[in-house]
Design a protein around this ligand. Structure first.
Ligand code: FPP
Length: 249
């Protein structure tokens, strides 16, 4: 993680005029990446997990302060049992093998998503990683695991009702503050690998004004060069937030 060049091409890039404060990634295409190589889907998910280790240093190198990754959706429980077990195993192994390294590199790990339904052993490891890294400031890494945007909004509404907040006091800020990303800015840029042009229940509230970037590249092949291309596209976008004039120059 310390030496991005050791993992990427090492190529220097032209400076970017704007760096998003918050990037979110839908890491899609692991299965198709494997299929294209005559491998099974498990191999694709393993390669996808491995790829995270390449991309994280690049995220830090480009100066992105917040990254949210979509690792497992509330809908992914509907996949074959063996694949669900594999994905749970990969997150557990990732927590076991990477937490210390991420901590040393100043990464703050946060879980977004429901803990209910996850094996208690994994929940305990998530809490440990969060606790260990909570004061780190170099990169906030939100791991969306057992995450669904609609479920998140349902949970926020439940919490607001449970707190007894009067209806007339509820506004967009109240809802935003009760989401799992409460306190963080909305994503400026959402990247989806694998070519599909949809949000798939990812950050559906927070994405209201996010820029969307889709690349056909499958997640295991999405590297430092690909991230730079996405950031370059973002830097060229004009963000108006519903107004006529761009919000930045
Ligand atoms: C989508 O590919 C990817 C997922 C459902 C899981 C993403 C998980 C990882 C990259 C690894 C686990 C993450 C962590 C944090 C350890 P797909 O299976 O839908 O691909 P396909 O559309 O080609 O079938």
């Amino acid at each position: 993680m310390d030496e991005p060049d050791a993992m990427g091409s090492g190529r220097a890039y032209a400076p970017l005029s704007h760096i998003p404060a918050h990037v979110a990634i839908i890491m899609d295409g692991n299965g198709r990446w494997a299929q294209a190589r005559g491998l099974n889907r498990a191999a694709g998910h393993r390669a996808g997990t491995e790829n995270l280790r390449r991309v994280l240093p690049a995220v830090v190198e480009f100066g992105i302060p917040i990254l949210t990754i979509y690792a497992f959706s509330t809908e992914n429980w509907g996949r074959p049992q063996a694949e669900v077990r594999l994905l749970l195993g990969l997150i557990e192994r990732m927590l076991d093998s990477e937490t210390q390294e991420l901590h040393r590199n100043g990464v703050q790990i946060r879980h977004i998503g429901r803990t209910s339904g996850l094996p208690p052993r994994i929940v305990a490891k998530i809490h440990e990683a969060e606790e260990l890294t909570r004061h780190n400031e170099r990169l906030i890494l939100n791991v969306a695991f057992n995450y669904g945007g609609r479920a998140e909004i349902v949970d926020a509404v439940r919490a607001i009702v449970a707190e007894g907040i009067p209806p007339e006091e509820i506004d967009e800020k109240t809802i935003g503050a009760h989401l799992t990303t409460g306190g963080l800015p909305d994503p400026d840029l959402i990247i989806r690998t694998g070519g599909d042009q949809r949000l798939s229940n990812f950050l559906i509230w927070q994405a209201a004004y996010s820029e969307f970037y889709v690349t056909p590249t499958y997640w295991p092949d999405f590297d430092r060069d690909e991230l730079y291309k996405a950031l370059l596209a973002y830097a060229g976008r004009e963000r108006r937030f519903g107004r006529l004039k761009p919000a930045r120059k």
